[in-house]
Write a protein that binds this ligand. Structure first.
Ligand SMILES: C[S@@+](CC[C@H](N)C(=O)[O-])C[C@H]1O[C@@H](n2cnc3c(N)ncnc32)[C@H](O)[C@@H]1O
Length: 362
């Protein structure tokens, strides 16, 4: 309590400094109160308020109260939070979704990020309080918030099937939206057999095999993912016959035989520089001449000042996931590919801060 009072007093002092622009103070308050604003967002998502407002277009305070069945004062608190962070607009007594809320938080939008909000709540919020300790020790000490004694979150998720599902659903959500850019920009027409290492529930190979009817594709992932992945593939009708799952650990087991393209989607961010080079070298050795290695994930800007998604994602890989990874720069990836022997390296800048890098074995 004493600490909180002294922090609030410091914030008040800062706010009273006339020489600080209001926008600087507001940005600081968004960071300072980040946990509160995230919980405000999550509560509104749990009530499904953004879909409700999307369906009705606009609602009065009383209409929202009747639908959500919240008492007056708590609802004032929730709506104050949502309007102050501009997820809702308010004119008189009438509330509407902001453009961003309609786009990203309504179930009606195919661009929504609702599953990712569940992931933030169930995984990030549990482990991230250990960030300071992770920085000091360079280890994923936040993993102690999850049952099990394995070294990575991916190996521990099976102890909590509901969290594993949240994780896979969130990965599916981001990958479905992001891989549109991958299949549009990267040419797979000379690929006949592809392995997606750490391919999860198969979302990415499904998108690629849908566009390229000559491709057979396999997910190579931990055995704990097999059931979810095979279930997802089996729902793909005729396409299913060209999709399969190969269980294993990519650092301990060989890649599946006879593939001409190796894909790493949202995977290199998990591992250290050394592990990535080991993986790229293993890919080089497994590919035939002319074969391709493709990496696809969000990228850090070359000058190491952003974007925000890289700054948000990187602490998770250090503190919780593996204790090794981060969102790397384009230059880091290309230099590791060159070190492994790859040539003809091409970069594709894609939407949602994503990038793909295609490298060839010559
Ligand atoms: C961040 S998810 C990415 C999933 C998928 N590639 C996508 O883009 O949606 C990382 C995946 O890597 C898998 N994984 C982690 N360690 C692995 C290992 N040593 N060998 C193979 N797969 C692994 C996890 O099970 C998980 O499915």
């Amino acid at each position: 309590m004493k600490i909180l009072n002294s922090m609030m007093s410091s914030v008040r002092k800062m706010i009273s400094q006339q020489y600080l622009p209001q926008e600087d103070i507001d940005r600081f308050l968004l960071v300072f109160g980040g946990h509160v604003f995230f919980q405000t967002l999550r509560a509104a998502v749990k009530f499904d308020l953004f879909t409700l407002l999307d369906n009705k277009r606009k609602m009065s305070f009383e209409e929202i109260r009747n639908e959500l069945q919240i008492e007056e004062q708590p609802l004032h608190i929730l709506l104050l939070g949502l309007t102050s962070i501009k997820l809702l607009t308010k004119k008189g007594d009438i509330y509407k979704n902001s453009r961003l809320a309609k786009h990203a938080l309504s179930k009606n939008s195919d661009r929504n990020v609702l599953k990712y909000i569940d992931l933030q709540q169930e995984v990030y919020y549990r482990g991230m309080p250990y960030f300071y300790e992770a920085l000091k020790t360079n280890k994923n000490v936040g993993l102690q918030a999850f049952p099990g004694d394995e070294d990575t979150i991916y190996e521990r998720l099976h102890y909590e099937p509901e969290v594993k599902k949240i994780f896979q659903d969130a990965m599916h959500e981001i990958s479905v939206q992001a891989n549109e850019g991958l299949v549009e920009s990267v040419d797979f027409s000379d690929t006949s057999s592809l392995v997606d290492v750490g391919g999860g529930d198969g979302t990415n190979i499904i998108a690629i095999a849908e566009k390229y009817s000559n491709i057979r594709a396999v997910v190579f992932d931990l055995p704990t993912i097999q059931e979810i992945s095979e279930e997802n593939m089996s729902k793909q009708g005729e396409l299913s016959s060209r999709l399969s799952f190969h269980p294993g650990n990519c650092f301990q087991d060989p890649f599946p035989d006879s593939v001409d393209t190796i894909l790493l989607c949202h995977f290199c961010t998990i591992w250290s520089k050394e592990k990535n080079i080991e993986l790229f070298q293993k890919a080089y050795d497994a590919l035939p001449t002319g074969g391709k290695l493709i990496i696809f994930n969000q990228m850090q800007d070359s000058d190491r000042t952003g974007p925000l998604v890289a700054a948000i994602g990187s602490p998770y890989f250090l503190t919780i996931a593996t204790g090794q990874g981060m969102l790397y720069t384009w230059e880091e990836y290309t230099s590791w590919m060159q070190a492994a022997g790859f040539k003809d390296i091409q970069k594709h800048k894609l939407p949602i801060y994503h990038g793909a890098i295609v490298a060839r074995k010559s």
